[in-house]
Write a protein that binds this ligand. Structure first.
Ligand SMILES: Cc1cc2nc3c(=O)[nH]c(=O)nc-3n(C[C@H](O)[C@H](O)[C@H](O)COP(=O)(O)O)c2cc1C
Length: 160
C-alpha cells in the first residue's frame, strides 16, 4: 500500500468537493488515504515525510493570491525536503477573476522548490466541480497513483 495525504484549504466547500472526488478515483487496494483540511491545526513538517505522495488543494484569493491558511502552510512546507515524494495539485477558483486558479500554479512552484516530483497536469475548477471536470480530476488521480506507486517501489529497492 502507498501512503497518500490529501490536504486542502477550502472556505466554502468547492475545493473540498474536488478532494472528495479525487479520493474516489484512487484505488483503495493500492492507496491508504488520509484526508485533512489544513485549517484543522498546525501541520508538523515531519508528518509530511510520512507519506509517499501528497495531493494538495487550494482555492485562490485576492488578485490571484494564496489564501491565508495556504500561505501559513507554506511556512511549514519550506522546512522540508520532499525528494522522492510525488505531489499533485488541484483547486477551485472563479473565472470572473483575471488570475483564475493562480494559487494552484503558485503551489506547484512551492512544492517543486522543496524537490517534490510535481505532476504537470493540475486540476483547475470554476467554482464547484461538474460533469465536465471529472476527466481532469480522474487524470490527476490516475497519474498520481501510478507515479507514487513507481516512486515508492524504487525507494524500497534502495535506489534513493
Ligand atoms: C475576496 C475573494 C477573492 C478571490 N480571488 C480570486 C482570484 O483571484 N482568482 C480566482 O480564480 N478566484 C478567486 N476567488 C474565488 C474563489 O477562489 C472561489 O469562490 C472558490 O470556488 C472558493 O473555493 P472554496 O469553496 O474551496 O473555498 C476569490 C474569492 C473571494 C471571496
Amino acid at each position: 500500500m502507498i501512503q497518500v495525504l490529501i490536504l486542502y484549504a477550502s472556505s466554502t466547500g468547492n475545493t473540498e468537493e474536488i478532494a472528495d472526488l479525487i479520493e474516489k478515483y484512487l484505488d483503495p487496494t493500492v492507496c491508504e488515504t488520509t484526508m485533512e483540511n489544513i485549517e484543522m491545526g498546525d501541520m508538523d513538517p515531519q508528518r509530511l515525510l510520512q507519506y509517499d505522495g501528497i495531493l494538495f488543494g487550494t482555492y485562490t484569493y485576492d488578485d490571484g493570491d494564496l489564501p491565508f491558511e495556504t500561505d501559513i502552510f507554506c511556512d511549514t512546507l519550506r522546512t522540508v525536503d520532499l525528494t522522492g515524494k510525488v505531489v499533485g495539485v488541484f483547486g477551485s477558483g472563479d473565472t470572473a477573476y483575471d488570475e483564475f486558479c493562480a494559487a494552484v500554479d503558485l503551489m506547484k512552484a512551492e512544492f517543486k522548490q522543496q524537490n517534490a516530483r510535481v505532476i504537470q497536469h493540475s486540476v483547475k475548477v470554476d467554482l464547484s466541480p461538474d460533469e465536465e471536470d471529472l476527466q481532469s480530476i480522474k487524470k490527476l488521480a490516475e497519474e498520481f497513483q501510478d507515479l507514487t506507486t513507481n516512486s515508492a517501489a524504487t525507494r524500497k529497492a534502495g535506489n534513493f
